[in-house]
Design a protein around this ligand. Sequence first.
Ligand code: TNX
Length: 555
Amino acid sequence: MPQASSPRPLLPLAAVIVTSLALAGGCRSASSLSVAAAPAPRTVPAHHVVPLPSSITPSAGPPVTFVAASRIVLAAGDPELDGVARLLAAALTPATGYAWPVVASTSAGAVPGAAPDITLALDAAVPGGRDAYRLDTTATGVRIVAATPEGVFRGTQTLRQLLPPAIHASAVQPGPWRVAPVSVTDAPRYQWRGAMLDVARHFFGPSQVKRYIDLLAFYKFNVLHLHLSDDQGWRIEILSWPRLATWGGSSSVKGDGSGFFTQAEYRDIVAYASARFITVIPEIDMPGHTNAALASYPELNCNDVAPPLYTGIEVGFSSLCVGREVTYRFVDDVVRELAALTPGPYIHIGGDEVKKLTAAEYAGFIERAQEIVARHGKRAIGWDEIAHARLAPTTVVQQWRVGKNGVADAGAAAVSAVAQGARLVMSPASKVYLDMKYTPSTVLGLNWAGYVELRDTYAWDPGALIPGVTDEHVLGVEAPLWTETIVTMSDLEVMVLPRLLAVADLGWTAQASREWNAFTARVAMHGLRWDAMGVSYYRSPQVEWMTVAPTLPRE
Ligand code: TNX
């Protein structure tokens, strides 16, 4: 378990300093170990916050050291902040062992207690949108203020990252629980900062999905897209078509698993995500990637014969029978039940990799599916192939395909999408597919889009990738994790960490502030955080992982 203190000289965190490898506490990467030359000096940043805030500067005054009597104070006793405060208390209690009572201040300002407090406040004047916040260390502790509870929540994640890594431990640690004097103003670049989890190829249950949500929230993601159906499995209970889950959910890739969410479990996941200001977007992939549904109901097949369950990893061989009306009753029932489970605005209709239909059949199906989604009060989103159909202006296109030059054919789909008024979520496989192997020696994952090391995920601009698509067309970024080869939570974590941090920075941080060396210097401390959380990760040789956390001076 990492300790908050270290035996080496204290580093002045109030400034960005360049120090030698030895002073930095022996941080080494695998690659620096293998070269004979003296390692290059490394930068120790003033903080290790990911994604990088808009502005984070050292401020005057002593560090804030929390103690057993520290509290979470709601300025003006705002009840809207109660949920955020309780989540923060729950995050801080295990490692500190402190009670972290949530108290309302009686007047507009925090009533100073005997100990440094965390004050949470709403102030409509904080600019930058609903995620924006300010965080300052003050004479009475740390103050986080935002126009919305969402903004305050984002600020609490920054506060967690300003505390030593041992704060994430599940048992009491010695501390001290100290925050360097700092002033943060922050707001995101994009409104869509997403991750997708494929629960169809291998099922991940409610507690595993919640564990992933915790990680996403920590890095200020606000969208969790659940890929709920595919050839190998159907993972959501649909009351009007019950065999989808009971039969379609009984398989997986390699046949080594099964499972589905009951509607009650699904609602609980949506609520858990919502408390952390993450919108869940359900995907039913149609008209292809539907073998699990076709296996469950013979009438969905043009020949009325249900195929066997499928446990391989080929794509493109299945399709709903688009000429039959029963298909649209099926789509309508599924979308109606999903819409009732979905407080968020979007239903994802898939639309990728259909090899069985003509272009006209495909477009006709997508247009009807899009109408059904609209009739149930939701906006449609689909993979970039849907741009070859007529799109409603509210439809969102998720760009995933790559070619020789990084985009190729997908460029045409994206340009067609924006010409129709649609906006794009950027998920280019060669950059943000978290199921791609990092290197040829990565055990898990696939490599059809290439090898994707941390730097490949980090070093591009979502607003400038596709010629003819400008930043105003881009809603944000989303990193899918397809699970053909991913079975356990630890498999999942090794594939997403550290690349998830690059995605967080892509979605949150202004392009002009994004710089690879500074990014990896901040990522370097997160390995200690994941060790404390008990989370697995890939020790990319592109990061000089810290082995001991820096400590703060007492005054
Ligand atoms: C392509 S991306 C797919 C998925 C696979 C993935 C594997 C997309 C829309 N379709 O069906 O799982 O590649 O990397």
